[in-house]
Structures are given as C-alpha cells and as structure tokens.
Design a protein around this ligand. Sequence first.
Ligand code: PSU
Ligand code: MN
Length: 306
Amino acid sequence: MHPYLDIHPEVAQAKAEGRAVVALESTIISHGMPYPQNVATAREVEAIIRSEGAVPATIGIIKGRVKIGLTEEELESFGQNRSVEKVSRRDFPLLVAQKMDGATTVAGTMIAAQWAGIRIFVTGGLGGVHRGAAESWDISADLTELMQTDVCVICAGVKSILDIPKTLEVLETSGVPVIGYGTDEFPAFFTRSSGCPVLQRVDDLAALAGIIRTKYELGLKGGVVVANPIPAEHEIPAIEIDKTIEEALSDAQRQGISGKAVTPFLLKNIVERTQGRSLKSNIALVKNNARVGARLAVSVAAGDAR
Ligand code: PSU
Ligand code: MN
C-alpha cells in the first residue's frame, strides 16, 4: 500500500472482504456547496451508500496524509474550513511534502482512489472544457485524469457553465467511454438533456458492471463516465438556469477570475443568484448518484455481467 495513504478501518475491512467501496470527493464539500448544507449532504450521501450495502470512502488530504475515508469530525472540518486548498494532480507533491490540508477534486479523488484500489467514485458534476477555451485554454484536469486513471465516475454530466460539446470531444479523443444510465443524451447537471448524445445508453446496472470490468480485463487504461441524469422533479428549466449561468459567467469575466478559482466562483455565484434553488437540485442529484453508484459498486463486487 502507498506510504502516504491512511485507510479508514471500515474501508480497509470492506476491501479485505471484497465488499463494495465507493469513493467520494471533498472539493464538492469545501468548494462546491455552502456550509452547513455541504456537511449535511456529505453525511446523507455516506448514509445512502451504506443503506445500499456498500462502504463510503470520502477522500481528502489532512496534514499531508492522503485519507481514504474520513471520520465525522474530519468531514465537518472540510465543510467549515473553506480556505482548504483544492487538490488536483499537480497539487499532491506540494501538499503532501508540506503536510498541508487539501480537498480533492474529481481528478485528485480518482488518483487517490486508484492508490487505494477503489474502482467506483460518485460525484455531482465533472470538470470539463470551459466556454471560451479557444482563448483561455481552460480545460479541467478532470479530463486528462479520465484519460489515464482506472476509476469509474458516476455523475450528472457537466454544468453548462462549460462547453458540453467540446468536453465530449476531449473525452472521445481520450478514449473514455461515456455511458448514459437510462438516457440517450449526456445530461447537463441541472437539466436531464443537453442535446448531445452519449456513446451508449445502458438501463441495467449489471450490464454496466460488465462493461466496466471488461474495460479493465482488456487492459485499457483510463476512466469510465456514467452519466446519470438529475431526477425530473428536481430539474431547473433550461431557460431559467441558462440565463443565470450567463450572468455568472459575465461576473467571472468582469472580476478577472482565472485558474482554479473559476469553477468555485461560478458555483457560488449560481447558488446566490438562484437563492438556493440550484443548491437543492445539486443536493438531489448527488444523492441520486450515490444510490446508483453504490448499487453499481455492489454489482461490480459481486461479479455480475450480462
Ligand atoms: N462541478 C460541480 N461541482 C463541483 C465541481 C465541479 O458541479 O464541486 C468541482 C469538482 O471537484 C471538480 C472541480 O473536479 O470542481 C473541477 O474544477 P476545475 O474546473 O478547476 O478543474
Ligand atoms: Mn481550470
């Protein structure tokens, strides 16, 4: 095992017994949602995963130790300490060497999950190609991670703060299967549709488990994206959310926000502009992903394939 990892005993035991484990990220807690809803959601998500017969492993860095599974107090501190660093691939050496604290993004969580031998990871939305990327070159390291790290990510697509067609093009170039769970279209986080087709639609988790296992048996490196649309009753109509997103994007541009601050700025701005409605939808879709991801992890652990 990696010398910088601390595996929570509950996770270590589940791994040893061949039981299903589901990785969870901490950037969504520290930079993706306001306190205290962030902590409440993180707890509920862990509870959902347990109720489906899997073990949750929320991942983050504490004093330079890569934690696979957090205690209640650690989870609370990630929620309260909003100044904790956001950790993607490039940040690990600095944070670990200098014994700092860090909240892992999708990319960062995939890396640590792979170190710990965890194959299934649940989140809300992926990072991707930003709008205006032709000028800014702003492309999330989540995409380059999916190219090289063997973890399956269950998400509700990507927010239309991003350029969804370009994001899908990069995933295609990278050789990442993008599977729609119960959908023919790649979902746009707050809405079930984006107008962009997925590689394939799968309605059955045992079949999905078979695809994931086969990818790794073939020795094909890299991740899999399972796109699971937000439940219809929690959708925000596209015309409403699109207007808010446009306004948030122009705020970011006016204030000269750049680099790793862009995504957290936009998420916070959207929550404020919708008076919390977007947060409710965000929480609902993460919980929905947790249920699907836990069932998928159980299916993968059981060796189901159809
Ligand atoms: N999208 C969301 N919520 C989030 C994020 C993205 O709807 O919390 C977070 C995830 O941790 C993701 C990261 O990995 O933002 C991407 O940041 P960037 O665009 O700087 O790569
Ligand atoms: Mn970026």
